[in-house]
Ligand binder design. Structure first.
Ligand code: 5AD
Ligand code: SF4
Length: 424
């Protein structure tokens, strides 16, 4: 979502004839798009700001903007202690940027806008994309779910959807620019609501757009991953065989404390349903360890779900307390840091074994791969991605990034597959 938001801001800058540079030293304007979801992300930004303060001392006409979720949290801190920052814009305030840039001396301006909107969807800004294979499109913004650990409802505000018409138009424009893959984004895509048109209906409209070869989406809340969604995934070949179902925890008591509205067994049944109905579907997830009061028994329930569901991939995090959240207000962050680390390591070890086991079953299969870029490890190899979101390393063979080809999978190492192009 932040990549997409940066693309919106890039368009606003481009409209003012401000073009990108690779060097912070050479820049006249520097905007940092920030994330608040975990404290680690915030610490990174605070460190970066120290560096920017030094740059501003050297170049007094440098314009510095802090945008995104941290703007909400940092507002007071920036007003009081960070005089070198000019603009602070929360996720619903990017529309204000254009006028701010018109100031005669924007490097002397100090403006803070962090109000959240019930309506802002930025349907009037077409993102300026910087390459990449997938055109990201935010179909909805905000979240009403109120998971007790999560800051998103406070930094990004209430749920609201972009009209289907505007989503379709944005995708048509991306296809005209050469994109063949789109990723529909939302904190909670299943809450998409354009009157009678819900998320599965939107997917159907998108799947019918000419030239769209792959559609990805992230993330649905497990509670709302409906049969209609499965039906539409089955009906259209261009909807990718992958779903991200954030588990967060496998323990009923923890899920209740997290306000997730499903139980361990309901989650397992849901994952099994997806696997049974959509053969070969890859399931990825998010898991938090060490949430408030997590006992060894509760943690072993999480391991149990991971063992039983066998996720293709997982993003795994240590819980960190976030301001404004119900957990922050009412539940002590009482799992010692060391224990959080230990549990995270155990979880990662298990997940690694599962991912390798799943990926080994793909050896000998021929899969369609879209080429993304040159492999970091070898100039003679490309990295591509399968429909089920797996990375494949394969030798260059006259293709270019963006092209599709069939690859015979020859080896699985961890989360990466190795393949050879085949001509059919
Ligand atoms: N601590 C750790 N992880 C968190 N996430 C959200 N809030 C927190 C937090 N306070 C994780 C969840 C979510 C992902 C985007 O970030 O797993 O799905
Ligand atoms: Fe946060 Fe829960 Fe909303 Fe996801 S569904 S963004 S975890 S509040």
């Amino acid at each position: 979502m932040n990549v997409y938001d940066s693309e919106l801001v890039a368009r606003i800058l481009d409209n003012k004839d401000i073009s990108p540079t690779d060097s912070a030293e050479a820049a006249d304007y520097i905007f940092i798009n920030t994330c608040s979801v975990r404290d680690k992300a915030e610490l990174k930004v605070l460190n970066r700001l120290k560096h920017l303060e030094a740059l501003k001392k050297k170049n007094t006409s440098l314009v510095i903007g802090v945008i995104g979720c941290m703007a909400q949290n940092l507002k007071e801190e920036i007003l009081e202690n960070k005089p070198f920052v000019n603009f602070v814009l929360g996720p619903d305030s990017y529309g204000k940027l254009s006028a701010l840039l018109d100031a005669e001396k924007p490097w002397e301006v100090k403006e803070v806008h962090t109000d959240l909107s019930k309506y802002e969807t930025y349907d009037y800004i077409y993102p300026l994309r910087n390459g990449g294979n997938s055109a990201m499109i935010a179909i909805m913004r905000g979240c009403d779910k109120m998971c007790t650990f999560c800051i998103v409802p406070f930094t990004r505000g209430r749920e609201r959807s972009k009209s289907a018409e505007s989503v379709v138009n944005e995708i048509k424009q991306a296809v005209a620019e050469g994109f063949r893959e789109v990723t529909l984004l939302g904190q909670n895509v299943n809450s998409y609501d354009d009157g009678d048109l819900k998320f599965p209906d939107l997917m159907e409209r998108v799947a019918q757009i000419k030239g769209v070869k792959r559609i990805r989406f992230t993330s649905p809340h497990p509670q709302d991953a409906s049969d209609e969604l499965i039906e539409v995934m089955l009906k259209y070949d261009n909807i990718c065989n992958h779903i991200h179902l954030p588990l967060q925890s496998g323990s009923d008591s923890m899920l209740e404390r997290m306000n997730r509205n499903y139980t361990k067994e309901e989650f397992i049944s849901l994952a099994e349903k997806f696997k049974k109905r959509i053969p070969g579907i890859a399931i990825s997830t998010d898991i938090i360890v060490g949430f408030c009061g997590e006992t060894e028994e509760e943690f072993s329930d999480t391991l149990d779900v991971v063992r039983r569901v066998k996720f293709d991939s997982a993003f795994m995090f240590k819980y960190s307390e976030r301001p404004h959240t119900a957990a922050f207000k009412r539940m002590p962050d009482d799992v010692p840091e060391e224990l959080k680390g230990e549990r995270l390591t155990r979880l990662i070890e298990l997940q690694k074994i599962n991912a390798l086991e799943i990926n080994k079953k793909l050896v000998g299969k021929t899969l369609e791969v879209q080429i993304e870029k040159i492999s970091k490890k070898s100039d003679d190899h490309y990295i591509g991605r399968t429909d089920s979101n797996k990375l494949v390393v394969l030798p260059k063979n006259g293709k270019v990034p963006g092209d599709f080809l069939k690859a015979l999978i020859t080896e699985a190492a961890g989360i990466t597959l190795f393949g050879e192009p085949v001509s059919l």
